[in-house]
Design a protein around this ligand. Structure first.
Ligand code: DLZ
Length: 158
């Protein structure tokens, strides 16, 4: 239940809950495997760093990012999961395909969040080129997978 905000100092925004009793599903896209593999690595390491045991991290692959929505929907049917994380990377090409995939996945995951009983965390990199993707999957701008793991832990049991 939501509480009334009395004093901002009562809230520690940097606190990450203990995840040792949590169970997660991860759906990862096979397109741009160098990038999605690095996202997966970051996600798993961060979940484990916060206590999740390896047996409680369930990973499935899908051929491309467009299939992430279906994969996540199937995972949402599993009663045991506290949250689902999708990981993918779409790199802009010469046609509008990029926009259609990004919009499809964004709308699909939003729909799942509004209509399923567990949160689905959005780990889709949408970049103009490969370098931008590298920068965000363990390069100079961190790893989106780490961020997704923290979000999943914070949103689990919400
Ligand atoms: C077809 C396609 C293209 C052109 N680019 C990407 C991409 O950059 N990243 C990605 O994850 N998937 C891509 N795909 C595949 C689509 O997501 C999808 O798998 C196919 O359109 C089949 O539904």
């Amino acid at each position: 239940m939501a509480t009334t905000l009395h004093n901002l100092s009562d809230y520690d925004f940097s606190k990450v809950p203990d995840a040792s009793n949590m169970c997660f599903g991860i759906v990862v896209s096979e397109w741009n495997p160098e990038i999605t593999g690095a996202l997966l690595d970051g996600t798993v390491k961060t979940l484990e760093k916060h206590g999740t045991i390896p047996e409680n991290i369930h990973i499935k692959t899908v051929p491309g990012s467009f299939e992430l929505v279906y994969g996540a929907q199937q995972m949402c049917k599993n009663d045991g999961f506290d949250a689902v994380i999708i990981l993918g990377c779409v790199i802009r090409g010469e046609t509008p395909h990029f926009d259609y995939i990004c919009e499809g996945v964004t709308h699909g995951i939003s729909y799942l969040n509004a209509n399923q009983n567990i949160p689905v965390v959005f780990g889709l990199l949408t970049t103009n080129d490969l370098q931008q993707a590298k920068d965000r999957s363990g390069g100079r701008l961190g790893n989106k997978g780490d961020e997704c793991a923290i979000v999943a832990i914070k949103m689990a049991k919400y």
